[in-house]
Design a protein around this ligand. Structure first.
Ligand code: SF4
Ligand code: SF4
Length: 88
């Protein structure tokens, strides 16, 4: 089996698997988790990066993601197509 096989993960499942709450950058302002899959921009309240643990998240590995700081920059898609990203 290809070790880089991508497994589609929906938002609800990603939220349950997301490890953001263990990240030094994260703080809880009552937003949904799984910023990597947001289609509405980035977090509206997290603005200061203090490290990102996304590469250790099961969603990250399963989805074949390559970026980080999704809470601040926006989704994986927004990283790849910044001109289509929605400002937070
Ligand atoms: S990759 Fe990052 S933002 Fe996405 S679910 Fe995992 S910890 Fe959360
Ligand atoms: S997206 Fe990355 S930097 Fe932001 S809270 Fe999640 S793990 Fe931390």
């Amino acid at each position: 089996m290809d070790s880089k096989e991508v497994i589609p993960i929906d938002m609800a499942k990603a939220e349950s698997m997301c490890v953001c709450k263990s990240c030094p950058t994260y703080f809880d302002c009552d937003e949904p988790l799984a910023f990597c899959l947001y289609d509405t921009g980035a977090s509206g309240c997290i603005t200061v990066g203090r490290g990102c643990i996304c590469p250790g998240c099961p969603v990250y590995g399963a989805s074949g993601f390559e970026s980080d700081f999704y809470c601040i920059v926006g989704s994986e898609e927004a990283h790849k197509n910044p001109e289509e990203a929605i400002a937070p």
